[in-house]
Design a protein around this ligand. Structure first.
Ligand code: BGC
Length: 780
């Protein structure tokens, strides 16, 4: 069970959350939600001592490997460096034996530090105090630090401590590594090399241990062991009552994909570099390294400073939790890498990126740190290679983005087989990689969104136009002519609602494809006027002169489903004719997906049941194409049929509820989004945190409660705080200027240090200001 009040350290109130009792049957939750990282690597927070059911994960971004031809590429689980075996008086220490008091495991979001402490009494009645600390440095992306303190409280103890580097781990059984050389230098520095089997990425992990007894450095003779895929040092101590043993373990992680290491593809030089980096870390020492890490995080919190005065302290904590995880999972250092749907916190979704990045997470970066948003979009630019290949393989033209992507040029990497079908007992086929195609226009949308909000023309010239033109070309080759109805259709797809497979004219997909085509046409005309040179360069590789008339013809005749007499837009051609099931029992579920214990996916396909926001997502993205009453009618129709079985669902519903001025509903749904990872469900995060939902939490606040939107290239604000909130304050970047917004129930204030005039639309009215704007909300 997690506690959100920092009882023991009040200065960490709204900055931390704590596990107050350890349950070895539910380790996954804390391992994920308390995971550490820095975008380069992610370390799951498994405990130092081993338990059955623990998942020890260390992922380095972008190091994908394919175990064999029957599997898809995934982020390999590198050697474990966190396990430490502690033998006390000859018996293995475990929280499953003896008695435990004063237990707490805390993730301190402010300093990105994991701590654990408790007093353990063994079967013989001897009490020992344990304290653990851990960080993954935000200052040196390759560094992990671990600290352990042990103090016998009643009598002396004999302690044997064994720690090292253990490559006997796998990804749920798939072993991604060839064994490499293991070497111990100077009886002190451990180094283990492992190389991925197919992608041939070298990993070099180097580690050292240092000890102090009551603050005096101790240099015990280690027992050194090298086994298959494992190396370990064992140290023995006799501790007197009241004496404290302190161990520091420092680890350096490098791979041949490192862009910041000179000649990283040369294994010898990578090994040397890793060892030297470790020795430098040793010179600085744990405490100094932690201080630098702390400073790096202080700068992050300074940049993303959020303040919420709410009756519920949890709200600000939830937002900080979301920002923390977005920071630890985003590869800010390398544009060849993306964000996994579970970040770097678990094996779920194999480290692959989905539309989660562009639609759910990217807005946070667009409005808070546009440089990072640009890096993430450049990853998609590099992905054009795989997208073009996918289009060709499927008989289309242009760029057809993969539903799931790993290394950018890999192309489609969605697995083909999934969970059990309760009717047939066979594995269900995953169709998304073949027919969930809206991702292509989602990416074009994201490029446009970034450009509108940042004004980054250089990005567009170098990357953006090409992405938009070639995705439009995909759609124009994808559309199918329906002679009977004289229109272009998109048949045989999956829309955002993955409980409806092989449908025709999913409204979201059709409208977004239309948007993509129109976007390309608009930019084509604009470039003709403004930058013909660039247009002719792009024309040479993309054949634009021939393409543009095709885009026009398709955009003019694509079928865009219209509302029926009740004002309902059909999610797809057959949705509204399907049987309706009372979802009340399933909606009350503690766990997602319980419907599939009673029905197979084929059966669900034939009912009006949605997994997640589908048409409602469309209303959010293309908001000014649909009137408010129509949105409300569709919300009321579809929400009762939506199970919210995807974590992407609550935030979209919350934002729409804000748009309908239903603050209470918006707030309730915001809380439900926040509770996906931080809520009471013990197993909801076992496979990793829900990255898109974290971006969604930020969007609930900024797009929902502050009502910030980019519409027609302008920044709109329409704030309406939830009942429980007195004040909301946050930074927002718009066209290169940083705006600091402070919203109270009665007043909105915006400050900027930018010299230029800021123009925006407040409650539908144009306003402009320089420096500062104050606006009374009381009469709105
Ligand atoms: C959702 C998708 C999402 C994926 C990764 C699925 O369950 O239906 O929309 O992209 O998870 O988060």
């Amino acid at each position: 069970m997690l506690s959100y009040n920092a009882i023991l350290r009040p200065e960490l109130e709204q900055w931390s959350f704590t596990e107050t009792a350890f349950h070895s049957l539910a380790q996954g939750k804390c391992e994920s939600v308390m995971s550490l990282g820095n975008g380069y690597m992610g370390l799951r927070s498994a405990t130092e001592e081993a338990y059955i059911g623990a998942t020890r994960n260390l992922f380095v971004n972008g190091t994908f490997n394919r175990f064999d031809d029957l599997e898809v590429t995934e982020l390999p689980n590198a050697a474990d460096v966190t396990q430490v075996e502690l033998m006390i008086d000859g018996k293995r220490f475990s929280l499953d034996t003896g008695t435990v008091t004063e237990y707490e495991r805390t993730l301190n979001l402010r300093d990105a530090e994991l701590t654990r402490a408790f007093i353990w009494k063994n079967a013989e009645g001897k009490r020992v105090k344990f304290e653990f600390k851990r960080f993954v440095s935000m200052q040196d992306l390759h560094l992990i630090g671990l600290k352990i303190r042990l103090t016998p409280l009643d009598e002396g103890i004999h302690l044997r401590l064994a720690s090292g580097i253990n490559a006997q781990v796998s990804n749920s059984g798939s072993q991604h590594f060839h064994e490499g050389e293991k070497r111990i230098f100077d009886k002190k520095y451990l180094q283990l090399v492992q190389t991925t089997t197919e992608s041939k990425v070298d990993f070099v992990l180097s580690a050292l241990h240092r000890f102090w007894i009551d603050g005096v450095s101790s240099d015990p003779e280690p027992l050194m062991e090298i086994e298959r895929r494992k190396m370990e040092m064992a140290y023995s101590f006799d501790l007197k009552v009241g004496q404290t043993l302190e161990m520091h373990k420092l680890i350096q992680v490098h791979t041949s994909r490192d862009a910041d290491v000179p000649d990283s593809v040369n294994l010898d030089s990578l090994r040397k570099h890793s060892l030297q980096a470790l020795q430098q870390s040793e010179t600085s020492g744990y405490d100094q390294l932690f201080l630098l890490h702390q400073q790096a995080w202080a700068a992050i919190w300074d940049r993303y400073a959020f303040e919420i005065d709410s009756k519920n302290g949890f709200d600000l904590l939830a937002l900080r939790f979301a920002i923390y995880h977005m920071m630890v999972m985003t590869p800010m250092h390398d544009r060849r890498m993306g964000i996994g749907a579970k970040g770097l916190s678990g094996e779920g979704y194999k480290g692959h990126s989905f539309w989660d990045t562009e639609i759910f997470i990217l807005p946070f970066f667009i409005y808070s740190d546009p440089k990072i948003a640009r890096t993430l979009l450049e990853y998609r630019f590099l992905g054009l290679e795989g997208a073009r290949r996918k289009a060709k393989e499927n008989g289309y033209e242009g760029a057809m983005y993969p539903w799931e992507v790993a290394w950018p040029s890999d192309g489609e990497v969605t697995p083909v087989w999934g969970a059990v079908d309760v009717v047939t007992g066979k594995q269900t086929k995953i169709w998304s990689g073949f027919i969930e195609q809206h991702i292509t226009s989602d990416i074009a949308y994201a490029v446009w969104h970034y450009y509108q909000a940042s004004g980054d023309q250089q990005f567009m010239d170098e990357y953006g136009y090409e992405m938009i033109f070639d995705t439009a070309t995909f759609w124009s080759s994808r559309l199918e002519w329906n002679e009977e109805n004289s229109r272009y259709e998109i048949n045989e797809v999956i829309g955002p609602d993955e409980y409806k497979e092989h449908v025709n004219n999913n409204a979201f997909t059709n409208y977004m494809a239309h948007f993509n085509l129109q976007l390309a046409l608009g930019y084509y005309d604009e470039l003709k006027e403004r930058n013909p040179e660039l247009l002719s360069r792009l024309d040479a590789s993309l054949n634009l002169q021939a393409r543009a008339p095709q885009w026009q013809e398709k955009a003019d005749a694509i079928y865009l489903p219209q509302p029926d007499e009740r004002g309902i837009i059909a999610q797809d051609d057959t949705y509204l004719d399907k049987q309706i099931l009372d979802l009340t029992p399933y909606k009350a579920q503690a766990k997602v997906g319980t419907l599939f214990q009673d029905y197979s996916l084929d059966q669900v396909n034939e009912m009006q049941i949605s997994k997640q926001a589908d048409i409602l997502m469309l209303f959010y993205l293309l908001e000014n194409r649909f009137p408010r009453e129509l949105k409300r009618a569709n919300y009321d129709y579809y929400e009762p049929k939506t199970l919210h079985d995807s974590s992407l669902s609550f935030s979209t519903h919350s934002i729409l509820a804000s748009d309908f001025d239903d603050e209470q509903l918006a707030y309730e749904l915001f809380r439900r989004a926040a509770e996906i990872d931080l809520g009471p469900h013990e197993h909801s995060s076992d496979a990793g945190i829900h990255a898109a939902s974290l971006g969604g939490i930020w969007q609930c606040v900024v797009m929902g409660f502050a009502g910030a939107r980019m519409l027609d290239g302008q920044l709109h604000l329409h704030p309406k705080l939830p009942e429980a909130w007195e004040r909301l304050s946050f930074p927002l970047y718009w066209k290169g200027a940083k705006l600091q917004l402070s919203i109270r129930k009665e007043r909105l204030e915006i400050q900027t240090e930018d010299k230029n005039e800021v123009r925006l639309v407040l409650f539908g009215k144009k306003v402009s200001f320089t420096g500062q704007l104050q606006f009374e909300l009381i009469h709105i």
